[in-house]
Ligand binder design. Sequence first.
Ligand code: RUB
Length: 325
Amino acid sequence: MDNEFPVKFYEIVEGIKDMRIRGAGRIARAAVNALVIASDSIETGDVDEYIRRVKNAAKILVDTRPTAVSLPNGLRYVLNKVLSDYRSGVSSVDQLKDNLKKYADDFIKISNEAIKRIAEYGAGRIEDGDVIMTHCNSSAAISVIISAYKAGKDIEVYATETRPRFQGRLTAKMLSDAGIDVTLIVDSAVRYFMNKVDKVVVGADAIAANGAVVNKIGTSMVALAAHEARVPFMVAAETYKFSPDTLFGKLIVIEERPYTEVVPEKWLSDKPKIRVRNPAFDVTPPEYIDLIITEIGVLNPAVFPFIIRDRFGVFYSELEPWEDS
Ligand code: RUB
């Protein structure tokens, strides 16, 4: 492994790759934190050299997992601001390092605040007595459920186990630790239990320009079952889950992970005609989504991209600040 940056930086890189650090929001905060570690370690008085190396650190981070758009968006937030300072003449490396740290802190604060707002707005949509289904392990979705419970609503949750990595067990544990009754079910039991469910709440790894939501594999099947049973399907997502690239015609890359997450290597080794596929995410079309709960309000998936674009502005030239212009 390259040792341009401190060990801690590479620990975060590897942690994101092998999913010890997982969930789109946490991935973004960890990556931004790693960028600060890299930046602080750069020993040079030459601003051009500093910028080149910070961009390199961002490039390493952005390549860790391809689907959660929060990762490039967090890095874009920090790096575009630092590059703007650099272009407007900040000529001290120490100043740029301080600025980068400040922008990273700002992003982490924005991210944590967003979860609180989402919890508050989302809880408003949960009613006393509701049975909620969730899939995978989303901080945003869990915050909505716990916030509704803390507001005194008597709720119950069905959590899918979420094969192959079983993030549903984390969800079940987090919700039960908060005092909520949880039933853990296998993913294939979603339709069987859907008639007991009042609302589905899930998170997002990315939201595309047409309002489609990319989330853990199986989410679109849950949405389909909810649609058939007329159960409202809600997505809890910070606005930085929006993929600006999709405004310019790019597609969100669906990560395909090693087959060994699904079956043991040994089991497959003597079966040459069997191929195992392990896509980590899927796409839920906007027609199956009733609401997207964000920190700026509860939005219809069809208007979501326009509101985000108008509010934050997206410039093609700022999409890949880690590349040389
Ligand atoms: C996690 C996953 C979560 C989203 C949203 O996938 O699909 O639903 O990332 O999470 P993985 P959050 O386990 O492969 O990272 O709301 O915490 O950002």
